[in-house]
Ligand binder design. Sequence first.
Ligand SMILES: O=P(O)(O)OC[C@H]1O[C@H](OP(=O)(O)OP(=O)(O)O)[C@H](O)[C@@H]1O
Ligand SMILES: O=c1cc[nH]c(=O)[nH]1
Ligand SMILES: [Mg+2]
Length: 212
Amino acid sequence: MDVHVADHPLIAHKLTYLRDKRTDSPTFRRLADELVTLLAYEATREVRTEPFEIETPVAATTGIKLANPKPIIVPILRAGLGMLEGMVRLLPSAEVGFLGMIRDEQTLQVSAYANRLPEDLNGRQVFVLDPMLATGNTLVMAIDYLRTKGARDITCVCLLAAPEGIKHVESEMTDSDIPVKIVVGTIDERLNEKGYIVPGLGDAGDRLYGVV
Ligand SMILES: O=P(O)(O)OC[C@H]1O[C@H](OP(=O)(O)OP(=O)(O)O)[C@H](O)[C@@H]1O
Ligand SMILES: O=c1cc[nH]c(=O)[nH]1
Ligand SMILES: [Mg+2]
């Protein structure tokens, strides 16, 4: 599995404010949006393109454009929604599918409560958005589900990850011939006994949208 940790002072700066418990929801949403735009730069490095003939005012030339079928962006509800606009801004022609997943805060097991995706993901590049990769249970379930729909090219964009979560996703991928890439803002120290990332930023969904 290919794990790319973004190493950029602007990302580190924005993550610091995102983590700060004094940061209010509007600011948190703005920072998440800005961060995904920076991470998307790396996540889309291998986005499929095709040649495109144009004429500038000076000469004919061959550029490139995004190839068809266009990529599909899949935010994992709720917190992944906070990353959607920033990603769509860079890939405006992408389609968007949705996966709703929630982890039980006691058992840390995940259940899916919603999905709205194209029936066949074969041949599509899929970008999964979820700010937090903690135990990895959510991402493992999401990747499994996308594979059952035919996805063979999956890139996950996360803001923070725990080393335990990365290892877990990696261990689930070992038998797989399907490459999965993870692009993450930073890898934190560890998980605590409640399955929260340390130092982390708390509950991303609650900080974006309020405590439910
Ligand atoms: O790696 P894991 O241990 O599975 O944890 C990560 C998941 O936890 C959070 O979702 P949550 O269940 O809190 O739902 P929410 O986004 O609706 O708040 C987060 O947004 C991830 O989806
Ligand atoms: O630290 C964590 C772990 C899981 N989900 C979150 O929102 N935060
Ligand atoms: Mg939550």
